[in-house]
Design a protein around this ligand. Structure first.
Ligand code: ARG
Length: 527
């Protein structure tokens, strides 16, 4: 990873001056985000992260002074050509030729592995994660909440797999209360899977590239939830109310100020009882390090209770279970004004996109307009959904989502297609032995600087499981690439320069494509 070699080099010099092991310094050195006010520096060290006195009463002036003092003690070398102090940071500017060479070589060499191979992830232990998402209710329609669960869960699974973790994807179907639970009568054998296959749901899974390792369902845990009730009783955790229902006291003082109902008065199980059985079953079967559930935030209490009861039952792994919640999507209506379900979303997005493509002057003859419209439309949905914090509610707008300029999935797809056709136009040859040192224009440097940050952005998303960091990174990448595309022509430039620029654009497209794929978007090559 290009950024790694620079960070390491900066850390090794700092380590001598600060007398700290370089490993401890690496994470405090970050690539400077590219902004409108162009910065020259490529990396910065935050002084607060390396000083002993990290208390908040350490004044800003002190930090600035410390930064200046530290900067004075550091020397430029073959890698770093300039060192300066900013408010609370020491800034490093990399040798320009080295910057272009190292970054581009690394992106072209690593391809889809660029960023994920970073040493930022070297201390993160590889884990096995069970991720449950989508989980529609079979007898009812698949609604926007399930759509959100599907795309969020898919993103989390993609990211974890890319970072080298093992992932089991489970779709936990709400089939309870159907005449015979689907799984009870053999969901796998009786052709219900066929039905699912021909449904818009399956269709969505196939475009999005979503797959599940396991289909399970509530009905499957009918009997097992009786065993759970028995265990709760044996452990003295089950209390009967006057109404005859069974509850588990979850309060600290055991005064029932917080409790969860796990049994109906007729002795039958509830949603949470089946979830208890399912969680224990999953852990027995997969012995995973973590279990993740992706649903809307109205179920936050449910999952909190679930994890609490598991803990009371003595399952310490309950602490490694996580509910990833998301907010409500408001105003998702079709042109006809109805609240929409999955098939409507897919139809709507396809038809709106087809119409936009037909009226756009820039649209080329596309081989399969339907398929392209769908991929671009889904990108629009996903980006609109992933732009903010997952837990916040948002107002859905078709017009906003489908704008071709501005911060949309359409813009990402458009940029990808343009960069792709640029490569095609210029022979699409393997770019090797290209001298990229000539890439010194500010617009080229901005792209290079932005490429340096990719691993940090992936790291952030992997920590808080929020896609928004990657989304805003890709939008900025697209804006920077669009500007560079205008100011740094390939056609008509001297061969060496043309080759170098092609390299830059190819690197930008590769990173754009791999980021989009993580989000669950299939990049298009024409539109
Ligand atoms: N089928 C449920 C619903 O539509 C979501 C299931 C979430 N997962 C779970 N293990 N409870 O509300």
């Amino acid at each position: 990873m290009a950024a790694c070699s620079f960070r390491r080099s900066i850390a090794s010099q700092l380590s001598k001056v600060l007398d700290l092991p370089p490993e401890n310094l690496i994470k405090s050195i970050s690539a400077v985000p590219v902004s409108k006010k162009r910065h020259v520096a490529d990396f910065q060290l935050s002084i607060a992260s390396v000083t002993e006195d990290s208390s908040s009463d350490c004044l800003a002036q002190d930090l600035h002074l410390q930064a200046q003092k530290l900067a004075e003690r550091l020397k430029c070398d073959a890698v770093v050509r300039e060192i300066s102090a900013g408010p609370g940071t020491v800034n490093f500017t990399i040798n320009r030729e080295l910057l272009a060479k190292t970054v581009l070589q690394q992106v072209l060499k690593d391809g889809s592995q660029y960023g994920v191979k970073s040493e930022l992830f070297s201390t993160v232990p590889r884990q096995k994660a069970v991720i449950e998402f989508s989980s529609p209710n079979i007898a009812k329609k698949f609604h926007v909440g399930h759509l959100r669960s599907t795309i969020v869960g898919n993103f989390i699974a993609n990211l974890k797999v890319a970072l080298g973790h093992e992932v089991i994807r489970i779709n936990y179907l709400g089939d309870w209360g159907m005449q015979f639970g689907l799984l009870g009568v053999g969901f796998q054998h009786f052709g219900n899977k066929e039905k699912l296959k021909s449904s818009p749901l399956q269709h969505l899974f196939e475009r999005l590239g979503v797959h599940f390792d396991e289909y399970s369902g509530e009905s499957f845990y009918h009997e097992k939830s009786q065993e759970i009730l028995k265990t709760l009783e044996d452990k003295g955790l089950l209390q009967k109310t006057i109404k005859g229902t069974g509850i588990v006291d979850l309060s600290e003082k055991k005064d029932l100020s917080s409790f969860s109902t796990v049994m109906r008065s007729d002795g039958t199980s509830l949603y949470i009882t089946r979830d208890l059985a399912a969680a224990i079953d999953r852990m027995n079967k997969h012995s995973c390090d973590t279990m993740i559930y992706v649903t809307d935030k109205s179920q936050s209490n449910h999952f909190q209770h679930l994890f609490q009861i598991l803990k009371l039952m003595g399952y310490d792994w309950a602490e490694r279970c996580q509910h990833v919640s998301f907010g409500l999507v408001q105003g998702m209506k079709t042109r006809r004004g109805e609240v929409i379900f999955l098939e409507d979303v897919l139809n709507e997005v396809r038809s709106r996109m087809l119409q936009n493509m037909a009226s756009a002057k820039t649209t080329k003859e596309v081989e399969d307009p339907m398929e392209t419209a769908e991929k671009v439309g889904l990108a629009a949905l996903i980006i609109q959904d992933f732009r903010g914090l997952l837990s916040s509610d948002y107002q859905f707008s078709w017009d906003r989502a489908l704008q071709s300029r501005g911060d949309t999935g359409v813009f990402l797809q458009y940029t990808h297609a343009r960069l792709h056709s640029l490569e095609q136009m210029h022979g699409n040859e393997q770019l090797t032995d290209v001298n990229v040192a000539c890439l010194q224009e500010p617009d080229a440097i901005s792209v290079l600087q932005h490429l340096l940050r990719y691993d940090e952005v992936l790291y952030r998303s992997s920590q808080d499981l929020q896609p928004k960091h990657i989304v805003s990174y890709l939008l900025t990448l697209s804006h920077l690439a669009a500007v560079a595309h205008k100011t740094l022509p390939v056609k008509g430039s001297a061969p060496e320069l043309a080759q170098a620029r092609l390299c830059l654009f190819q690197a930008a497209r590769l990173v754009l494509a791999s980021g989009m794929k993580l989000l669950g978007i299939t990049p298009v090559t024409q539109m």
